[in-house]
Design a protein around this ligand. Structure first.
Ligand SMILES: [Zn+2]
Length: 485
């Protein structure tokens, strides 16, 4: 009895490290300019990475090692590190690493736990490091996935990605695994989703050692097909005649690299490049027509719904309205047509706001919020929720934003850049925030927080004006990618 327990424990203890060492530790880095990995090395029980290797693919770098000093230039940013010391200096600012800096054969090593801090100081861009899974996202890159079950016979699970993907797919009876090594796939929000279906029962999402993985469980053997320029993967049961062909040539597990193995039906739809779809009338008109982009500005809250109480006398609903009017003015000056669901103190539901934006023909939606906590601003794009078949009717509504997400994210990045130019502390993230998910055009929400003067900033026309002109410049910089009326 005791022996058996000990043996079981030993097996567990042996398995865990085995799983880790099977694949060398590395960090996957996803940025707008490069996707790459850097190895993780252990020193004194801590994890380290080479700083030069981390920065090299992102810009121009050079390093000089001399004695205990290690100097680094990244583009125009200079930095100094010292062997065995935590204190370091980047861009004339001192700060502390979470563990001592190391120099080995002229190579400078920083602790993994300091990567976000160090990169932010060098890059001045948003950095999101998912430390547990060793995945690092720079500058707001990310591929979203949404799931839709087509419950016909046989059923198919349709995975829509916001950018083309190239997973390695392997199958075994009852299970299909997709491993994303080079795609900046973002967690769909929940770890697994169950389907009320006899054949395809569940989809699960994991992240580990720099990779993301989607597993699909089923009661029959599955196969995957790519379409829509690799932005859609359809998973369904293997047709009987194909199944028998496979089992006669291979046994058990089979693994396919998608580029050769999976069939890619040429079913790209005619209107796929949706940006150019709106000008059939232009050919018949003698003079060029100036199309204007309609911007839909949505001041959050209103009427009975006051929003956050920013102070005893200031309600969020009033701040958002004032801010919206300034932004309207800024956008009109830049040639946009502007529509707002309220220009007074009205109560509107989220569905009303979404329907009115969707039916307005707007090329862009900008939601406005205000908070008393934090500083600067936050820019949000939609994080699409996982949807099961049980909510089939709501699926198109909740995923309405999906096709527009790449442009929404481009607008978000542009707003971050413009606000940073005006010295706002600003961050961007994906959130499951309604009505963003329900909007059929590129959509962002901007949440304004106080600057250096506390809550007074939120009601200051000057402060709001700076934010509004930043947003207007950002949207203008993306105007060519927005649909015209
Ligand atoms: Zn709000």
């Amino acid at each position: 009895m005791a022996n058996k327990t000990a043996a079981t424990l030993l097996a567990i203890v042996m398995l865990l490290p085995g799983a880790v060492y099977a694949d060398e530790k590395h960090i996957s880095i996803y940025s707008p300019v490069a996707i790459y990995t850097v190895p993780v090395i252990e020193r004194g029980g801590r994890e380290y990475v080479g700083l030069l290797e981390l920065l090299e693919p992102l810009g121009r770098v050079s390093s000089q090692a001399g004695g205990a000093h290690w100097g680094l230039h990244y583009n125009a940013v200079a930095a100094d590190f010292f062997a065995e010391r935590t204190r370091a200096r980047i861009h004339s600012r001192d700060f502390d690493l979470s563990a001592p800096f190391l120099i080995e054969n002229s190579r400078g090593l920083i602790p993994v736990t300091s990567i976000s801090d160090v990169l932010r100081r060098f890059l001045g861009a948003p950095v999101n490091f998912r430390e547990a899974s060793r995945r690092l996202f720079i500058g707001g890159v990310g591929t979203q996935v949404s799931f839709q079950l087509d419950a016909n016979t046989p059923p198919h699970l349709i995975l829509n990605f916001t950018f083309p993907v190239n997973p390695t797919i392997s199958t075994e009876p009852g299970r299909l695994r997709m491993i994303f090594k080079r795609d900046p796939l973002i967690s769909p929000g929940s770890q697994s989703i169950s389907f009320e279906n006899k054949i395809i029962s569940q989809a699960s999402y994991f992240e580990n050692n720099g990779d993301a993985e989607i597993d699909i469980a089923a009661t029959s053997s599955l196969m995957a097909t790519f379409s829509n320029s690799r932005k859609t993967i359809t998973v369904g049961p293997i047709p009987p005649q194909v199944a028998s062909a496979i089992s006669s040539t291979r046994g058990g597990t089979n693994s396919i690299a998608p580029a050769q193995g999976a069939s890619t039906p040429a079913t790209s739809l005619p209107g796929q490049s949706s940006a150019g779809a709106s000008s059939p009338s232009q050919a018949s008109l003698p003079a060029p027509v100036v199309h204007r982009v309609l911007a839909f500005i949505d001041p959050a809250h209103g009427g009975q719904e006051r929003g956050a109480a920013l102070s005893e006398s200031v309600a969020e609903k009033n701040v958002t309205l004032g801010f919206a009017r300034l932004l309207r003015h800024e956008l009109e000056q830049r040639g946009f047509v502007v529509s707002m669901p309220r220009d007074g103190d009205n109560t509107l539901t989220l569905d009303q706001r979404a329907s009115s934006a969707n039916s307005s023909g707007a090329g862009v939606y900008i939601g406005l919020h205000a908070v008393s906590q934090g500083t600067g601003a936050a820019v949000y794009t939609a994080l699409l929720p996982l949807q099961g078949i049980s909510s089939g009717v709501f699926q198109p509504w909740n995923a309405a934003q999906s096709p527009s997400l790449p442009i929404s994210r481009a607008i978000s990045s542009a707003i971050v850049a413009e606000m940073q130019k005006r010295e706002f502390q600003v961050r961007s993230s994906s959130v499951s925030l309604r009505p963003l998910n329900n909007l059929s055009m590129p959509a962002v929400a901007v949440e304004l927080a106080p600057g250096g003067n506390g809550i007074d900033d939120l009601t200051s026309a000057n402060y709001q004006q700076r934010a509004a002109s930043a947003i207007a410049d950002a949207v203008t910089s993306i105007r060519d990618r927005l649909a015209v009326q």
